[in-house]
Design a protein around this ligand. Structure first.
Ligand code: NCD
Length: 328
């Protein structure tokens, strides 16, 4: 798969006023706070017996997924449905993508249906920009290669704020395969935006050079997690490790040095993981199933945060203040 790297050389979006969520850098602190508050208001609506809101009736949300997904696709799809939008999901397997259709042609085909939002996941960095340039839809990045996954960062902030009551001043240790992780890149930026502190922890081979410039501290010893409020565990991204390149001597050794075991989790610390978990590799099953783990909360947050993102893109104009939600 060619890498669509030269984002700057791509055509600008057709309508510069049309908003997208492609990277955390598209957001200000006020945007993040508004989205998290909207998500919270929407969470209240999910406590009712009838969970559907009419807000996006008549709108169309298309999901275009070129990589496997369980949580992200299901939560975006349910989020759109809970807001009464029509949804359509196209996965690369079984579509004409299998026959070699380019991303641009696939985007142009979907554009013929006039979707309001296209949610895209793709292995190449910059793929969401191609879709933004080829269509009139608002584009939401559901993960592009190892670049960005902004809604994951938002749902993680939401989960932390609900569990710990604050974001400002929080210290999050992000442990593991930072090199291949779009989740880590988005989260570091998002934490910085809201005044939280992050430390990436892992073997030097899995920590990208210069990552400190994104606003995090860097440590190579697992003891660095001791002072953190949150231990955020990353998946070992075996599918992104080029064949033959040895990033760790063995998974067994990685687990011995960096695996999150009950002994390594301090009193009062919470543990998060974006999923899918490699139980017994980066996270001990006893931790994954413990009270300290917020993994199921993260999935629940994913639904309301993605509802908030769709709501915000389709109902708030760039200059307007968010309207109060009708979710009494
Ligand atoms: C992540 C992803 O796909 O980037 N998963 C997710 O969206 N919940 C993390 C991962 O695959 O490790």
């Amino acid at each position: 798969m060619p890498d669509i790297r030269l984002v700057e050389e791509l055509q600008p979006p057709r309508d510069p006023g049309r908003r997208h969520l492609i990277a955390v850098s598209d957001l200000t602190r006020a945007d993040v706070e508004r989205l998290l508050d909207t998500a919270r208001a929407l969470a209240r609506s999910l406590e009712r017996e009838v969970k559907k809101l009419p807000t996006l009736r008549g709108r169309t949300v298309v999901h275009l997924f070129y990589e496997p997904s369980t949580r992200t696709l299901s939560s975006f799809d349910l989020a759109a449905k809970r807001l009464s939008a029509d949804t359509m999901a196209l996965r690369s397997a079984g579509s004409s993508v299998d026959k070699g259709e380019s991303l641009k042609d696939t985007a142009l085909t979907l554009a013929a249906y006039d979707p309001d939002v296209i949610v895209i996941r793709h292995p190449s960095i910059g793929a969401p920009h191609i879709v933004a340039a080829a269509t009139d839809a608002h584009v939401v990045n559901a993960g592009d290669g190892k670049h960005q996954h902004p809604t994951q960062a938002l749902l993680d902030l939401y989960t932390m704020r609900e569990a710990l009551g604050r974001l400002d001043g929080l210290h999050v240790a992000i442990v593991g395969d930072v090199l291949h992780s779009r989740v880590a890149r988005s989260l570091i930026e998002a934490l910085q935006l809201v005044g939280a502190r992050s430390t990436v922890v892992g073997p030097p081979t899995l920590i990208p050079r210069g990552i400190g410039a994104m606003g995090c501290e860097v440590a190579t010893g697992i003891e660095a997690i001791a002072g953190a409020d949150v231990v955020y565990v990353l998946r070992m991204q075996r599918e992104r490790m080029e064949a033959g390149a040895a990033f760790v001597p063995s998974l067994r050794e990685y687990t011995a040095l960096y695996g999150i075991t009950p002994e390594r989790v301090g009193a009062g610390q919470v543990v998060m993981h974006p999923g899918p978990m490699n139980r017994g590799v980066e996270i001990d099953p006893r931790v994954a199933d413990s009270e300290a783990a917020l993994v199921a909360d993260q999935v629940r947050s994913g639904l309301v945060v993605r509802m908030a993102v769709l709501y915000d893109l389709l109902t708030t104009s760039p200059v307007a203040v968010a309207q109060p939600l009708e979710v009494a």
